[in-house]
Write a protein that binds this ligand. Sequence first.
Ligand code: GLU
Length: 304
Amino acid sequence: MIDFQHILNTIVEEISSEPDKGIVATYIPELAKVDCTKFGISLLDNNAKLYSSGEANEMFSIQSISKVLSLSMAFRILGNDLWNRVGVEPSGDPFNHLSLLEMENGIPRNPLINAGAIVIADILVTQLKNPKQEFLEYIRKIANDNSINYDESVAKSEKETGFRNYAAAYLIKSFGNLKNDVEEVLDFYFHQCSLRMSCEQLVTIFYIFSNRGECLQNHRYLDLNQVKRINAIMLTSGFYDEAGEFAFEVGLPGKSGVGGGIVALLPNKFCVATWSPGLNKKGNSKLGMLALEKLTTTTALSIF
Ligand code: GLU
């Protein structure tokens, strides 16, 4: 039997002596204030046993990790019609690139790059009466935790500086793939990115992707085919233009965010989240990636 607690403690110890912790994202001014020495890790196995080490209870801005959750909500509502609006191929480009969008007529490559997540946000704005409230309730219900909330100061900070997201949204709209008002769609998008969670809360929510669509309370959110598809997109597109490197080093589907969080999972086995705010050049948490590489190498547990 694998001693996950011992492995996580060892990882935290090893990580703490790493000299290069990466660089905190500064393009969203509120994120620049975060202390880059923080590190937390949580693992929830499929017997519902939770293991944590380091600052696993401290909340941080989940940023792009939220894109998987908005995708799951839109997929539940629209089913496979969703794929008329957004593709499923890795982009091989940074998360905020615009050139592909222009060449491919406003159909974003996948739902995990910004342009794709903005189209998903547009779908939710169309489908929901109170999009921000209903999305929050969806997340709280999966987590069985009403304390989860948006961080208004982060949402505001991004609204004031998210010029590339405005550019992407208007470009998509010019091709007819954005139905609602750009301001309204981006207000939703910036709020979903501002969600604050700890590693422990993240694994509780992403448990549905490692547990064949069911949350810890055995409520089904996604069917098996939906889980398969979302996990496939996480594997191929979850790490900006470093998805290949993440598959190579870690070997798990997952998603990162510029707040320094990473969540990854091994279907039917476990879900794991790390938080270390310093990023590498590609925008992924530097020490989070290293920690996950240590985890899958030590345990020999990966999808490969
Ligand atoms: N809200 C961020 C943006 O749109 C998300 C970036 C990320 O975490 O990848 O720029």
